[in-house]
Design a protein around this ligand. Structure first.
Ligand code: SF4
Length: 338
């Protein structure tokens, strides 16, 4: 079979990546944490999928699973990550080295730690082109071209500076340029605006949208900021306690969230609060202990709508509306009928 790095086919209506029943465990001194449990999700081709949820819900673990960068104590306990006929969950280190940075790239949360502090931007951008056959001058020209794509002023001069000589926003633009340099099929952005102030955040989100449309790649955008997800994404998946609890088109989920956790997340979003208050709302309670996930619904202890069935029966993802699914028994058509 051809290397996954070499394969570039598939009809446009097929998803770029299909995640089927993916489970990831972490071995810790205090026991095994079941961080991802039976994730079913598709990354659409040429679109932006947002991944939201509170800290510890599994967003980053899912993102790192898609680029083969899970920590050493992690183990894929089940399921598959399919991309063009290959199962990424079963790839060895060598196949991952070929794929990573070529067909799948990542923008990390903190551009200061993502860049090498003792090497110039130019050197780093030349180094990541090591597979390309071009001359040094061609690679340098390509680096400048991509710095211009991310709208860095006086791009050529930026090749000679070190990361600490740039502002935070400029550093993140460099990281975006480096991630796109190999024209990946999938760009994973793991909270890329968290380290930036609000003005820069919107600039980076706008830039990402423009570049995604220009290059036609798929983007997995991990964020806890609902406003940026609404601005940037076509589809969204909401995660809670290692599961996808709601998924669908951004317009549908944001206009009519069907899962009580999604509704609670929106209720806590400062941008949606209409009445002046000194106390921002929060979701009461904490995430369940993922060493022993609860038997019924994982959100039951915090859900104001829980009922008897929620304690004993784990909800599947029910179709809630066309193109929208929610993991809640309230959405089960059988509940309406009873
Ligand atoms: Fe709440 Fe029950 Fe729905 Fe879970 S299944 S979100 S506990 S109503």
């Amino acid at each position: 079979m051809a290397s996954p790095a070499a394969t570039r086919p598939a009809p446009q209506d097929e998803p770029l990546v299909s995640i089927d029943g993916l489970s990831v465990d972490f071995a810790t001194p205090r026991g095994t944490i079941h961080a991802l449990r039976n994730i079913d999700l598709e990354v659409p081709r040429g679109k932006v999928l947002g991944l939201v949820g509170e800290s510890g819900c599994g967003k980053s673990t899912l993102a790192y699973s898609l680029i083969g960068l899970l920590s050493e104590n992690a183990r894929i306990a089940g399921g598959a990550i399919r991309m063009d006929g290959h199962d990424l969950a079963r790839l060895g280190p060598r196949a991952w080295r070929d794929l990573r940075g070529q067909r799948i790239s990542m923008i990390f949360q903190d551009p200061m730690t993502a860049l090498n502090p003792v090497t110039t931007i130019g050197r780093q951008m030349m180094d990541i082109q090591y597979r390309d056959p071009g001359t040094r001058a061609q690679k340098r020209a390509r680096a400048i071209e991509f710095l211009e794509q991310v709208q860095l002023p006086d791009a050529a001069s930026k090749l000679d500076v070190y990361p600490h000589q740039l502002s935070g926003g400029m550093r993140q633009r460099v990281c975006i340029a480096m991630a796109l340099l190999t024209r990946p099929d999938l760009l994973i952005a793991d909270e890329p605006t968290t380290a930036l102030d609000a003005t820069l955040e919107m600039q980076i989100v706008t830039l990402l949208r423009e570049l995604q449309e220009k290059f036609g790649c798929s983007v997995l955008f991990v964020s806890h900021h609902l406003g940026t997800v609404a601005e940037l994404c076509d589809e969204v998946a909401v995660m809670y306690a290692g599961e996808v609890v709601e998924r669908g088109a951004v317009a549908e989920v944001f206009n009519a969230p069907r899962h009580p956790y999604t509704q609670a997340l929106f209720d806590c979003d400062p941008a949606r609060i209409r009445v002046a208050t000194r106390h921002l709302p929060t979701i009461p309670g904490t995430l369940p202990d993922l060493r022993q996930p609860p038997r019924g619904c994982a959100f039951r202890a915090r859900c104001g709508k829980a009922f008897a069935r929620c304690e004993v029966e784990h909800p599947p993802l029910y179709p809630a509306a066309p193109g929208q699914d929610a993991r809640c028994h309230l959405v089960d058509p059988a509940e309406d009928a009873s």
